[in-house]
Every structure is written in structure tokens, then in C-alpha cells.
Design a protein around this ligand. Sequence first.
Ligand SMILES: Cc1cc2nc3c(=O)[nH]c(=O)nc-3n(C[C@H](O)[C@H](O)[C@H](O)COP(=O)(O)OP(=O)(O)OC[C@H]3O[C@@H](n4cnc5c(N)ncnc54)[C@H](O)[C@@H]3O)c2cc1C
Ligand SMILES: *[C@@H]1O[C@H](CO)[C@@H](O)[C@H](O)[C@H]1NC(C)=O
Ligand SMILES: *[C@@H]1O[C@H](CO)[C@@H](O)[C@H](O)[C@H]1NC(C)=O
Length: 581
Amino acid sequence: MSSVPPKVLIVGGGPSGLIFALALLQNGVPVRLIEKSSDPRIGQRGAGIMPRSLELFTTLGLADKVLKLAIPTPPVRMYEMPEGIHPIHEFEMAPRVNPTPPCPFLNIVLLGQDRLEKILHAALAEYGCHVELGTELVTLEQHKYGVDVKLLKRGMDMSSPGVPESASYEYLIGADGGRGVVRKLSGFTFLGETKNIKNLVVGDIHVEGLSRDYWHMWGDANSILISLRPTEVPTLFNFIIAGRDVNHSKLSTDKEAVRQLFMKNTGTKTNLKFTQVAWLSYYTPNIRMVDKFDNGRVFLAGDSAHVHSPTGGQGMNTGIQDSFNLAWKLALVVRGLAPYSLLKSYTEERLPVIKEMLDRTTKILNRTFKENHHSEGWESSGELLQLGVNCRWSSIVIDERKQAELAEDADFADFDFGDESDEEKPDEEKIDSYGMRAGSVLRAGDRAPDAPGLIPRMTGSKPSITTRHLFQLFGSSYHTVLIFTPALAQCLPILKALAIYPQGTIRSAVIVPPGRPVPPQSAGADFVLEDRDGHAHEGYGINEKWGVVIVRPDGVVGAIVGGASGVREYFTRIFGRKTTL
Ligand SMILES: Cc1cc2nc3c(=O)[nH]c(=O)nc-3n(C[C@H](O)[C@H](O)[C@H](O)COP(=O)(O)OP(=O)(O)OC[C@H]3O[C@@H](n4cnc5c(N)ncnc54)[C@H](O)[C@@H]3O)c2cc1C
Ligand SMILES: *[C@@H]1O[C@H](CO)[C@@H](O)[C@H](O)[C@H]1NC(C)=O
Ligand SMILES: *[C@@H]1O[C@H](CO)[C@@H](O)[C@H](O)[C@H]1NC(C)=O
């Protein structure tokens, strides 16, 4: 693989770019990943890892490494300013919840973004891919067959004028952050508001004498708010300084002034020692987004496409989900297995999610600064876990079960003469991109739930497996077709239909209810699994009619259908019509 020159250039070595590279490599597509900065970045930054991201890490094989280092979200203690010693208020930012069968991760964990990026660097290295530090994209030009770029290579010396390089790629990913150049050079619009709120000064500081069991906050944002959150590194705390009475321009450049501020407001009576400021930066709550994520052969992912308030901790998580959404599609297109038009679904699926994310994080920001209360603005609600984020409206997902249910409802509606004009059309559902209003019924476009308690009954063509969870079955480089009992009669036609698609891009699994013999129809399926505790049947809402669920490489339900014709229709939307043997 390493001898093939990469056809894809990823600009930017933050979480979005790193995840994009890893997902492409797992799909057998070589990449080049360049990063302007000469040194790996330091700092906690977006340290809150949402459950949906942990699921993504599971698919990419990273979850164990992340969870080994990450820490749980500690309870918050609020103190008066200055010099508060005894907490005046204590609350859980994110109360601990036990996992459930469909959701193995329900708690936000914390890991410095620098540590996460190190884990990703190591994962890339296993594929022979190394982030090219000190390499900056300067210009780009698109034409019909590709993208020509000019780079400057400074290597480890940021102050050197650099060595220019010209190169060409079939596709270019701008994962170069909020201040990135790809967006500008490619003519994307970037609209929104610049909040009239002063910067947040953020950073990491070593503190002695402060309990690591709590997230400490002094004061409030109406005057000055100081937040000190423990990190995975003993004595290292991540801080935020916010509020009207703060001289942000001074603080964001002056480590000593930061130490003094901590001492003055929290330190003397409490015997806290503020030793070293390890990282210091500032964060302007600019709220903007693009109106599309693709422009010809250039695609944006992460902060380069949307900047927002850090309240709610959605930024890093949203960026890596962007990348995961596009990577498998781009891989199929680059490998010549799918038409370019598949890539259009990226903007279609992500734009409503990003709109909602901007709205939610801005609401929390507004609350944090405008009202006189201490805590609520910081408390995260369930939606921020991102488990409800979906793309039910996408033109590449198919839901025969939903269509049947909505058609039934429409039949009822025919008898209802009190028609109101603004009523929802019965054959459509309103877009609810974060899944706040979603019922409990699983729909195509939703996140695919996990199910534990599976027992392998007979392995087909795949090597022997020890699968116990559905999540172990899913992978970043293939679709998984789950065939439940209602579709057993269709099993052979389904497997026959799957056989025409490119090798390695689809896996099939027959899932039987507890205690049932292995059905003869399942011969030829890659896996046969017994759903010992019924969690798979329950999680996927299997009823007597709709027995086939197709899970995409990004862990999204692509289709809920009844049999072979639905399966064919779905994969036609992915691979196009011209598939051959
Ligand atoms: C100072 C700061 C503090 C933050 N704090 C928080 C927080 O407390 N909580 C939270 O949830 N989120 C926080 N965030 C947001 C979070 O870090 C981002 O959402 C996340 O990093 C987005 O990842 P990304 O990969 O899309 O972009 P980035 O992480 O911004 O990565 C982009 C990369 O591209 C590189 N690059 C730029 N231009 C070029 C070029 N021309 N050529 C090559 N490389 C280039 C940059 O050097 C950078 O490394 C913070 C961000 C910043 C900047
Ligand atoms: C903030 O600090 C800067 C730099 O130290 C200084 O020039 C400025 O006057 C300060 N502003 C206020 C309002 O104190
Ligand atoms: C946040 O506050 C601003 C200014 O007060 C307002 O214009 C905006 O609509 C608010 N946004 C949200 C999402 O509540």
C-alpha cells in the first residue's frame, strides 16, 4: 500500500484530520496528512469526549486506549469570590449513569486533546502514516481532474522560510480549523455572528493542594468566573477565566498575570500553590458555519466548517463525526467503487446537525453569561451526548418500515376533516437532527444501537469469532447487513444480491432468537448469532415484517427493509447502478 502515491491530501493535524486519515487508511486508501505547526500541540482544549465519540473510537479500535487514560467528569464545587474555601453549591455536571444494552457508553469522559492526538498519531503509524509536521498549505487550485497545491515545508524550524513544494491530489480535505485557509481559498461562505462577549482565557496550570475529586469554580461570569478542572495528569488543572471584569488581552499573553489572578482570587487563604502555567490560549466565541461542506474536490471537516462556543463541549466531537461521515464514502469513490454523487450526502447529512449544534451551544453560552445563576449553564443535558444525532432525512437511507407506518397514519388522517395547513405532511417527519423529539422507534439514519449477549452459532466464510456485542461486528470499512428471523425466507435472495458488490465492502449476519436451531437458509452468511437475551431484536424494533437492517461503516443505520429488493435499492444508492461481478 505504501508504494501507491496518496490521492487524498488532508490539511490539518487536529482531531478531525487525524480521524479522517485513520478512517481512510482502514478503508485501504493511502493519505498524506500535513500540519502547519512544527511541534505536536499541547493543551487540554476540547477534552470532553462524548459517548457517541467513544462509539466511533470503538469502531476504529481506539476505545480501550482512550478509556485507559481518560478520567470521569467530577462533581462541581462552587465557591464565593474571592477566597472562598467552603463550597456554596455542589452539583453533578454530568451525573454518572449505568450503561444499557443499546448504549454501552453513557458517560462523558475527559482526556486532554494533546493525549488523544498522541493516541491517533500512534494508530496512524501502524499504517505507516506519519503526520508531516511543519508543512503548511499555502495555495490550492481546483480543476476537473484534481487539486493542485503549493506547500511550504519548514520541518522542525517554524522560523525558517521553508522549502516550497508543488503537488497534485484527486481530493483535498480542509481540516485546518477555524482560522484555516482551505475554506477561504476554495470560496466557501462562512456566515454567522461574532458574539459581543469577551474572550475566554483558557489553559492548563499545575496546582498543589487542590483536590482532584472535584471540578472547582469561583465567582460567576457576571464579574469574573474561574474554573479549575482536574485532568488525567496529577496536579495539572485545566482552567477557564471568563467574565466582564477580566482583562483578557493581558491575561491571554501573560502567564505571570494568570498566576497572580489565581493567587489573588482563590489562593491565599486556601494554601493553594499555583506553580507552572503549562498552556495558555484564548477562545473567542465566534459563531459561524459554512452553507455547504463540499466544493468540487474540496471538502471541509471540523472547525474549518463551523466555529462555536465551547459551552456544551461539542466542538471536537462534532468534528470527528464529520470526518467519520465522509471518510468511508470518499474511500469508495477514490477506489472507483462508488460514484462521485455519493459525496453529496455529506453536506446533506451534516448541515442540519451543525445548525442545531450551533444553536444549542449558543443557548448555553447565553445562559452562562446573561443570567445571574451559577451552575445551570454548565450542566449538560442528555442531547449533548450526541447519541440522538441522526440523518433520517438523507436521500441515501431507506426506511421501508417508516414508510409503511406513515402510510398507515395517512390512511387514518384521511378521515380527519379538521385539516390544518401547517400540519406535518404524513409521509414526512420533521428534521430533528439531535434527536430531542425522537420517539423510541429506531429509524434509518439513526445511530445503530449495540446489543450484548450474542452467541456465535456457526461461522461462515469469516475467521472464527468471539463476538458478544453487535459493536464488535461493525467495522469502519464495510457495511453490515443484519438479517433477522422475519426475513429468513429472503435470506438466500439477499445473500445473492450482496454477492454482486465489491469484495470486502459488505458483511452479513443472521441473528436468530434464543434457543432456535441454526436455520438452513443462513448457509453462506458471514455470521450466525443467537440473540440470547433478545437485546438485538428489541434494540432494532424487529417485528413480523421488517427483518433486514443495514448498518453503515460509520455506525449509522442505512436501511430498514423487508427483503432482497430493499437491500438492492439501498446498495444502488451507495454503489450506483453500474456494479459488475
Ligand atoms: C484555544 C482553544 C481552546 C479550546 N478549548 C476548548 C474547550 O475547552 N472545549 C471544547 O469543547 N473545545 C475547545 N476547543 C475546540 C476544539 O479544540 C476544536 O473544536 C477541535 O480542536 C476541532 O478540531 P479540528 O481538527 O477540526 O481543528 P483544529 O484542532 O483547530 O486543528 C486544525 C489544525 O490545522 C492546522 N492548520 C491550519 N492551517 C494550516 C495550513 N495552512 N496547513 C497545514 N495545517 C494547517 C492547525 O495548525 C491545526 O493543528 C478549543 C479550541 C481552541 C483553539
Ligand atoms: C488590559 O491590559 C492591557 C495590556 O496590559 C492594557 O494596555 C490595558 O490598559 C488593560 N485594560 C484595562 C481595561 O485595564
Ligand atoms: C443568544 O443571545 C443573542 C443576543 O442576546 C441573541 O441574539 C441570540 O438569538 C441568542 N441565541 C440563542 C440560540 O439563544
